[in-house]
Design a protein around this ligand. Structure first.
Ligand code: SF4
Length: 427
């Protein structure tokens, strides 16, 4: 299988410019800037079926085409490297192992959308990533791949590396823009969308790290080559982060359309100690959980959507048959309650309410009405909030309750038994 984003991973000094240049580095940017018009670049990316690999899965070329070129304001490119979704740890390897692939993708993207300034927003805890990317930016400036009149073309581009401060919600694109502007990371109401009013009120494209790292190979080898690697409407490969109960956790680059079963058993080595699989989160903690009968789903955006889940960030969390699903739901609910930004009431109050409810269930302190009320509480958050975080709370926790209801009911029964025993003792 042909590697794209991970093609340099593991090479000695893979993060240095010299290494990157040995493999045609920056030649895709040169080709775009000297042989193609911005419209041709956008068209090529559209034809490649590259989709946003941060989670949304929106067609990348189409997103770029939304930038209003007639608008006289500056245009910006923002790279979302916040990577806060639990179960997701792929972008950090691109930052650390091949930062020049990202920078070359940034140059091509900026050229396509008419931008001369890009910001790389990196999760604050990723210290090594920050250092490696800044060092790569410095190398690129020195070699005139960034700065004024790059590569003798007359095209100017500046790149700023910006650390986040640890809030999950700053991975939401408009909260990220607020954070970049020096404000509290509150998501914005949409519309207007960032393509029209984005960073500093200017047209802005926000793309994930992996998405942009795919762009140079597309320009080098062509859209058709890339599209054929993946499946229909979802070209190329994808980085899957596999964690939890597997023998070989890690990041795997595989074609879009590889099945979940293949990823877990053929690549990640299956479940340790001969245990059985009980549940899988397919795309980061926000994705509805799947059961063993759904393992043959293809891991692309449309196939996962068709079975009621989502490909999300590519974070696959595997749980074996020893996992208490009420505990797993409680961990997810605790995360959401902690990370809600608090702007809208259904999410701020609802996520805490959901967590307290599931926690009571897990600790054997719940009554029947607690379980009876849970789906209603969960469902009243999604669809009633400013950003998709509220939907994530509903979809994620709701899926545990609906798919593993018997385990939740068993907690009620044990609660009743416990309280009866207590009553007996008292009497
Ligand atoms: Fe904040 Fe939650 Fe509202 Fe999103 S849905 S804006 S995270 S309170």
């Amino acid at each position: 299988m042909e590697k794209i984003v991970t093609r340099h991973f593991g090479q000695e000094n893979s993060h240095h410019l010299d290494n990157y240049r040995q493999d045609n580095g920056y030649e895709a940017a040169r080709k775009a800037l000297t042989q193609m018009t911005p419209a041709q670049v956008i068209d090529e990316v559209k034809k490649s079926n590259l989709r946003g690999l941060g989670g949304a899965g929106f067609p990348t070329g189409t997103k770029w085409s939304f930038i209003p070129q007639a608008n006289p304001k500056p245009k910006y490119l923002v790279i979302n490297g916040d990577e806060g979704e639990p179960g997701t740890f792929k972008d950090k390897y691109i930052f650390e192992q091949d930062p020049h692939a990202l920078l070359e993708g940034i140059i091509i993207t900026c050229y396509a959308i008419g931008s001369h300034k890009a910001y790389i927003y990196i999760r604050g805890e990723y210290i090594k990533s920050l250092e490696r990317v800044q060092a790569a930016v410095d190398e690129a400036y020195k070699a005139n791949f960034l700065g004024k009149g790059i590569m003798g073309t007359g095209f100017d581009i500046d790149v700023v590396v910006h650390p986040g401060a640890g809030a999950y919600i700053c991975g939401e694109e408009t909260a990220l823009l607020e954070s970049l502007e020096g404000k509290k990371g509150f998501p914005r109401l949409k519309p207007p969308f960032p393509a029209v009013i984005g960073l500093f009120g200017c047209p802005t494209v926000i793309n994930n790290v992996e998405t942009i790292a795919c762009v140079p190979p597309i320009i080098n080898k062509g859209a058709e080559w890339y599209a054929k690697l993946g499946c229909e409407k979802n070209g190329g490969n994808r980085l899957f982060c596999v964690s939890g109960h597997v023998n070989k956790p890690g990041v795997y680059e595989l074609p879009n359309g590889t099945t979940l079963r293949e990823i877990i058993y053929d690549h990640a080595g299956g479940i340790p100690n001969g245990r059985k699989l009980k549940a899988v989160i397919p795309g980061g903690i926000s994705a509805p959980i799947l059961t063993p009968d759904q393992l043959d789903v293809k891991m692309d955006f449309d196939s996962l959507k068709a079975i009621g889940s989502m490909a999300g960030s590519g974070g696959i969390i595997v749980m074996d048959d020893t996992t208490d699903m009420v505990w797993a739901a409680m961990v997810a609910a605790r995360f959401f309650a902690h990370e809600s930004c608090g702007q809208c009431s259904p999410c701020r109050e609802g996520s805490g309410w959901v967590y307290r409810n599931v926690k009571k269930l897990y600790h054997g302190q719940a009554r029947e009405h607690d379980l009876k009320n849970l789906p209603g509480i969960v469902n009243n958050i999604g669809g009633n909030t400013i950003c998709a975080f509220g939907d994530a709370v509903s979809m994620s926790v709701g899926s545990y309750v609906s798919k593993f209801r018997s385990e939740f009911e068993a907690k009620i029964q044990s609660t009743v038994i416990l309280s009866e025993a207590k009553d007996l003792k008292v009497s």
